[in-house]
Write a protein that binds this ligand. Structure first.
Ligand code: 5AD
Ligand code: SF4
Length: 441
């Protein structure tokens, strides 16, 4: 069993990518080696996402390819990890014969035992959710890293139960990791040359750690991590509009190395829809939060998530989403067509009654508008100078560096004497839809 090579393929959110690093660390500790070539692997683990039906269908298609690999190599072990494993559990073994192993997001410590079971000829399943698993003591193996930026997962689970969302059902209760273990991981990464850390959680504002002497809030944690070094950039995701605090914004304004970029999913611009979605805020409250951010953090980028065509969404509701987008002028957005997920409140109580064609049309109106807003946002950056953290060479040409500014925009500029991991001021001359282009100054 030992000396066997594993290959991990990851789908979905940043949390999943972070979990895959934990899985890799657990397996390496057991003596397995990682490979970047799927064809060299003795076991393939697919870390999956259930957020929309499309995400699951992609994985099912991919399993057909795994089946063809297994035909050539019957010893190959194929396992499914993550949200889809958690959602469908044992049922997957009946539906997908290629699978030998199913492990939910809280059972990765058990992977060595599960693999041993598979070796002895049985199929192995563990989809128990935990109330306290945070993998705090496991140092993630940064196997696919640029050596400059890394994720640190600070809390797991979500208890918001938005009506459309499968996450609380597959990721379980909220639990936070000790502030000490997070700070130490940040220090360790910094000492190894990393210069950017993203603190991850389904809902980072719910972070809370009881030291025994008092409670540490997310804002306090953020401050502790920012103090590791002024040369270490800190980002975080994702924030919930209903509980992003004044204290957090104040902390962000005090530390230059806390990046001025907030991802604040709005989902809809209609108060009626927000209520239906169980989001816990109104259109007006969301706009108030935005005004506060702009006041405390001028120049802060704001990005969002939007769902088109949720249950009972009227044309009026949709227009309110468009008008809110315009009012906020988001720098960037992830935009989705509503996809009903089993077990959610919406699936159980509401009708998925917006016709698919209408969902598509509304989504494309949202995408068109966002393209114009992003264009405007980039245009306003021309002539400005940003501090850019160099991440590497541009994919298009080794004559250009690639990096990001504090606002999380990609910046490309002709190479200088600097090295990846260093900061340089770059003056922006022009832009494309996804990139700012400039010159070091
Ligand atoms: N259908 C479409 N989009 C969804 N999201 C979550 N659940 C669904 C769903 N059932 C979107 C939300 C969330 C992002 C991660 O995915 O916008 O913020
Ligand atoms: Fe899903 Fe809402 Fe939790 Fe985000 S906050 S993971 S949308 S339930």
């Amino acid at each position: 069993m030992k000396n066997k090579k594993f290959f991990i393929e990851t789908y979905g959110c940043q949390m999943n990518f972070s979990d895959s690093e934990i899985v890799a660390s657990i397996l390496e500790k057991e003596g397995f080696g990682s490979t970047k070539e799927i064809k060299d692997a003795d076991m393939i683990l697919i870390n999956t996402c259930s957020i929309r039906d499309h995400a699951e269908q992609r994985v099912r298609k991919r399993l057909e390819f795994m089946q063809s690999l297994k035909k050539k190599n019957p010893q190959l072990i194929v396992g499914m990890l993550g949200c889809m494993a958690e959602r469908l559990k044992k049922q997957l073994l009946e539906e997908e014969h290629v699978l030998d192993l199913i492990a939910g997001p809280d059972s990765y410590r058990e992977l060595p035992q599960l693999l041993a079971e598979v070796e002895s000829g049985r199929k192995a399943v563990n989809t128990l959710l935990s109330i306290d698993e945070t993998y705090a003591d496991i140092s993630p193996l940064r196997y696919d890293s640029n050596g400059i930026s890394a994720f640190i997962s600070i809390m797991r689970g979500c208890e918001n139960y938005c009506a459309y969302c499968v996450v609380p059902h597959v990721r379980g209760q909220e639990r936070s990791r000790s502030a000490d273990s997070i700070r130490k991981e940040a220090e360790d990464l910094f000492n190894r040359g990393f210069r950017e850390i993203t603190l991850l959680g389904q809902n980072v504002n719910s972070y809370q750690w009881d030291t025994g002497e008092g409670k540490i809030s997310f804002a306090e944690l953020l401050e502790q991590v920012a103090m590791v070094s002024p040369l270490l950039r800190i980002r975080f995701a994702t924030s919930h509009p209903k509980d992003i605090s004044y204290e957090l914004l104040q902390t962000m304004s005090r530390y230059e190395n806390i990046c001025k970029s907030i991802h604040l999913p709005v989902q809809s611009g209609s108060t009626h829809m927000l209520d239906h979605m169980n989001r816990g805020y109104t259109r007006e409250q969301y706009l108030e939060r935005i005004a506060t951010i702009r006041k405390i953090l001028p120049g802060c980028a704001i990005s969002t998530d939007i769902i088109a065509g949720f249950c009972d969404e009227t044309e009026e509701d949709h227009k309110e989403t468009l008008s809110l987008m315009q009012e906020v002028s988001f720098d960037y957005a992830f935009m989705f067509r509503y996809s009903e997920r089993p077990d959610t409140l919406a699936a159980e109580r509401y009708k998925d009654n917006v016709p698919e064609g209408v969902k598509d049309r509304r989504l494309s109106e949202i995408i068109d508008l966002q393209q114009r807003l992003s264009f405007q946002s980039n245009k306003e950056d021309v002539g400005k100078t940003f501090e850019v953290l160099i991440e590497g060479f541009s994919k298009r040409s080794v004559d250009f560096f690639y990096g990001r500014n504090s606002q999380n925009k990609v910046v490309v500029f002709p190479v200088t004497i600097n090295k990846p991991g260093e900061y340089v001021p770059v003056k922006i001359h022009r832009f494309t839809s996804a990139t700012l282009i400039g010159e070091a100054c």
